[in-house]
Design a protein around this ligand. Structure first.
Ligand code: ZN
Length: 231
């Protein structure tokens, strides 16, 4: 009898511990694809920059349209083009981390990934930015990685709309795909670089089309504040 009640206590205790752990993971360590909200807000994001072909045109479009967006900068490119990093910061756009070398972080030893994150943090400190959002290159992630990143001070950000702009698609085709996929709380995945040369033109059209539908453009950090499922 005594043994059986001990077994029950142990089972209940183990279950409580499991629930506590899963709550902790949910609260602090969930990769974000979209933010639950009824407001018509959406976040444009640009990966792989800064880049001489796209960063300045993107900043010009965002400035002309008075829209905010989030740049997930790559460390190697930030090191090559510090002037463009400074330009993104000076324009008041959000700067986030896409790692240093475009390695898939779920295949990278953790110490190596964290050293890479620190290298980009050092570069960004020069423009007064400490990134708190990380987008895994290739979208490679798992729950443990997301939890470790949260402990390291980063929310893992994915996306809900992927127009595959890096496939050298036309501005019209990129725009159509984003307008089709847009929804409140959405995160739009766009890119910088030679392969995404039409993206700045697409962004101008995307902002016009979605604004006509009543959308506001916010940074990812702002978007996260509108999570209606948060207590
Ligand atoms: Zn990338």
């Amino acid at each position: 009898m005594k043994h059986r009640s001990w077994a029950i206590y142990l089972a209940v205790g183990a279950l409580a511990a499991l629930v506590a752990v899963s709550h902790a993971l949910q609260d602090h360590s969930r990769a974000v694809k979209t933010v639950p909200t009824s407001r018509k807000i959406i976040a444009l994001t640009f990966d792989d920059g800064p880049h001489p072909q796209t960063t300045s045109p993107l900043l010009t479009v965002l400035e002309a349209k008075k829209a905010r967006a989030t740049f997930f900068l790559l460390g190697e490119n930030a090191a090559r083009y510090p002037g463009l990093v400074a330009a993104v910061a000076a324009a008041g756009q959000e700067i986030a981390s896409h790692g240093y070398r475009h390695e898939f972080p779920n295949r990278q030893p953790r110490e190596e990934l964290f050293a890479d994150l620190a290298r980009l943090e050092t570069l960004l400190a020069a423009v007064g930015v400490r990134p708190t959002l990380f987008r895994p290159p290739g979208g490679g992630y798992n729950d443990l990685l997301v939890a470790d990143l949260a402990a390291r001070g980063y929310a893992t950000i994915l996306w809900s709309v992927d127009p595959r702009d890096w496939e050298r698609r036309s501005a019209a085709s990129i725009t159509a795909a984003v307008v089709r996929g847009a929804a409140p709380g959405g995160i739009v995945l766009l890119h910088e670089g030679d392969c995404a040369a039409n993206t700045p033109a697409a962004v101008a059209a995307i902002i016009d089309r979605l604004r006509a539908e009543g959308y506001e453009f916010v940074t990812v950090s702002e978007l996260l504040q509108y999570n209606e499922n948060q207590p």
